[in-house]
Design a protein around this ligand. Structure first.
Ligand SMILES: NC(=O)c1ccc[n+]([C@@H]2O[C@H](COP(=O)([O-])OP(=O)(O)OC[C@H]3O[C@@H](n4cnc5c(N)ncnc54)[C@H](O)[C@@H]3O)[C@@H](O)[C@H]2O)c1
Length: 299
């Protein structure tokens, strides 16, 4: 099959591109390299078609999409803290950009599997979080992801096949440090023999899920007959940020303690996916174990 991937030079997108190529699919990547890097695609550069362009360039995007069988939409602005400073820019790329994809999918009868986020839930009433929990994002980034979900519901009701994947905290190789999640940031500090920096008391809990598992979930959803749907994509387990820091310090064989700084604005206290729905519907669960991956990466 022939797929378009937006944001394919980014962290998750580039792993998805590699996964699709490994399964024999043809891939067209659209990315403006805002945070993505062409080097992320170096292992597959001869096998893909790459367009350095913005998802806001509607006509170009429409032309490129004419001959594909489906769209994976990963492109977005992804920094929670930055979204407080640039809410309009976040809205433009994340909401208008996503609606462009849905419009094109409607015109050409294409299925879309796209990146939503666990940030749509905000601080949930119950843990683990089920897909029907209230959506109450705590920051402008999360608000754009909620608006995308409302658009997905609108376009689904008009017959467009859309699956939104609510990724939890994704880890793996290839995140640029300025855009990185907590694991990449801690690893970077540890490699320089510096203590990890924890914002707040470190008791905030996260559900960490491996990027390769995310890539698998995307393709399984594209291949499935399910429509429409939002799925949690997490490991179903939680680790506190303090536990994570200690895990990494231990795996590196260092004798240091983490540093603590004041809590970040709009930071969720606890997050854990209930993954029973995606397990039931597409037989997916996360295969990678965080401690195994940390050990592998540090040795
Ligand atoms: N990493 C996580 O833990 C996580 C969690 C939940 C949801 N997500 C979502 O997953 C998707 C991928 O995230 P990521 O972690 O790989 O981030 P990333 O920043 O590495 O990837 C985003 C990609 O989109 C591209 N991009 C940004 N604006 C663009 C535009 N206007 N036109 C074309 N390309 C554009 C960037 O250059 C980058 O390559 C995003 O939608 C993000 O919101 C990520």
């Amino acid at each position: 099959m022939r797929f378009l991937i937006t944001g394919g030079a980014g962290f998750i997108g580039s792993h998805l591109v590699q996964h699709l190529i490994s399964k024999g699919h043809s891939v067209i990547v659209v990315d403006n390299l805002h945070s993505g890097k062409i080097e992320n695609l170096s292992s597959v550069k001869k096998e893909i078609v790459f367009h350095k362009m913005d998802i806001l360039e509607y006509d170009k995007l429409r032309n490129i999409s004419k001959d594909v069988d489906g769209i994976f939409h990963e492109a977005a602005l992804t920094l929670v803290q930055e979204s407080f400073e640039k809410p309009k820019e976040y809205h433009l790329v994340n909401v208008t950009g996503t609606e462009n994809i849905f419009k094109i999918a409607k015109e050409f009868g294409l299925k879309v599997v796209y990146a939503s986020s666990s940030s749509v839930y905000g601080n949930p009433e119950r843990i683990p979080i089920k897909e029907d929990a209230k959506r109450r994002p705590l920051n402008p980034y999360g608000e754009t992801k909620l608006e995308d979900e409302l658009l997905a519901e609108k376009y689904s009701s008009k017959g467009v096949k859309i699956i939104g994947l609510r990724y939890f905290n994704v880890y793996g190789k290839g995140q640029s440090i300025s855009y990185a999640g907590v694991i990449t940031k801690f690893l970077e500090r540890i490699r320089n023999k510096q203590p990890p920096i924890i914002y707040g008391d470190g008791l905030q809990k996260r559900d960490f899920v491996y990027v390769g598992d995310i890539a698998r979930a995307n393709l399984l959803c594209m291949e499935s007959k399910i429509n429409p749907a939002f799925f949690n994509v997490g490991s179903g387990k939680t680790t506190s940020v303090l536990e994570l820091a200690n895990m990494i310090i231990k795996a590196a064989g260092l004798e240091i303690k983490p540093d603590f700084e004041k809590p970040l604005q709009g930071d969720v206290k606890e997050s854990q996916a209930d993954i029973s729905l995606i397990e039931k519907m597409i037989s997916w669960h996360a295969e990678m174990k965080l401690d195994n991956w940390l050990f592998e990466i540090l040795h």
